[in-house]
Write a protein that binds this ligand. Structure first.
Ligand SMILES: C[S@@+](CC[C@H](N)C(=O)[O-])C[C@H]1O[C@@H](n2cnc3c(N)ncnc32)[C@H](O)[C@@H]1O
Length: 220
C-alpha cells in the first residue's frame, strides 16, 4: 500500500496560490527564484542552504543529486557549475517540485530535471551520482533522515561526495559517520554545520545490499 510520509504531498495541488520572486547572488550567479507560502524558506534562501552552496565542490562534468530540493536553489547552482554534467532534483512536495521546475526555466538551466518522489525511491534503479547535496527535512522525523542518508549512500558512486547541512543534530552526524565510515564538519555558521562524507570503497554497504535488505524489511 502506498503511504505518504510526514511533510510529503504526492497529490495534485489545486489551491490558488500567490507566488513571489526572490533574488539571490550565489557562487557569482544572479538567480531569480519563484517561491510560495508553505514551501521551505519561502521568504528567501536559507542561511544553511547558502552555506552549502558556497562550499560544495561540483566539477564541470559532475552528476549531482539535490535531495529534498524545495524550490530548487541548490540544484540550480549545481547545474550552473556542472556545465557538462547533469543534475536531478527530488522533492516529495508537489508545490516544491513545481516551483523547482519553474525555477530551472527562470534561470536558463537545461541540464537538470525534477523528480517528484520520496527520497531516492522514485529514481531509476541504476541512477548514480558523483555528488549528493541536501538540506534535509530535520522536522520530518528520524526515519526520513536515516532514509536520506542511506539513500544518498546507495546512489553515490564510489568516491562520490555527500554534503548535508543542518542545524545542531548530533544524531544525524553520527548516522552519516556510521553509514559512510567518515564524516567531516567542513563549515559552521549561525548554528548550522555543513558535513561532508565520501563513499570510500572500504565500507561494507558499498553495493547497497544492506540498504536493500533494510528497506525490504522496513516496507514489507
Ligand atoms: C529543509 S527543506 C530544504 C529545501 C531546499 N533544498 C533548500 O535548501 O531550500 C527540505 C525539503 O525536503 C523535502 N522532503 C521532505 N521529506 C522528503 C522525502 N521523503 N523525500 C523527498 N523530499 C522530502 C521537503 O518537502 C523540503 O522541500
Amino acid at each position: 500500500m502506498l503511504s505518504v510520509r510526514r511533510g510529503c504531498s504526492l497529490l495534485p495541488y489545486s489551491g490558488v496560490v500567490k507566488q513571489s520572486i526572490v533574488e539571490a547572488r550565489l557562487r557569482g550567479f544572479d538567480l531569480r527564484l519563484a517561491t510560495q507560502p508553505g514551501v521551505f524558506s519561502a521568504h528567501g534562501v536559507d542561511a544553511g542552504t547558502a552555506l552549502l552552496i558556497e562550499a560544495m565542490r561540483v566539477s564541470p562534468t559532475a552528476r549531482v543529486l539535490d535531495l529534498g530540493c524545495g524550490y530548487g536553489v541548490i540544484g540550480i547552482v549545481a547545474a550552473k557549475l556542472a556545465t557538462r554534467g547533469r543534475v536531478t532534483l527530488v522533492d516529495c512536495d508537489i508545490r516544491a517540485a513545481r516551483l523547482a521546475e519553474r525555477n530551472l526555466a527562470l534561470n536558463g538551466v537545461e541540464n537538470a530535471e525534477v523528480v517528484l518522489g520520496d527520497g531516492v525511491h522514485e529514481l531509476p534503479p541504476k541512477a548514480r551520482f558523483d555528488v549528493v547535496v541536501s538540506n534535509p527535512p530535520t522536522h520530518g522525523g528520524r526515519e526520513v533522515l536515516e532514509d536520506f542518508v542511506h539513500g544518498a549512500y546507495k546512489v553515490l558512486r564510489p568516491r562520490g561526495t555527500l554534503y548535508f547541512v543542518f542545524n545542531r543534530l548530533p544524531s544525524l552526524l553520527r548516522e552519516i559517520e556510521a553509514t559512510f565510515g567518515n564524516a567531516e564538519v567542513v563549515e559552521r555558521s549561525a548554528g548550522y554545520m555543513l558535513v561532508r562524507a565520501v563513499k570510500t570503497p572500504r565500507t561494507p554497504r558499498n553495493e547497497g545490499e544492506e540498504y536493500a535488505a533494510a528497506l525490504g524489511s522496513r516496507y514489507r
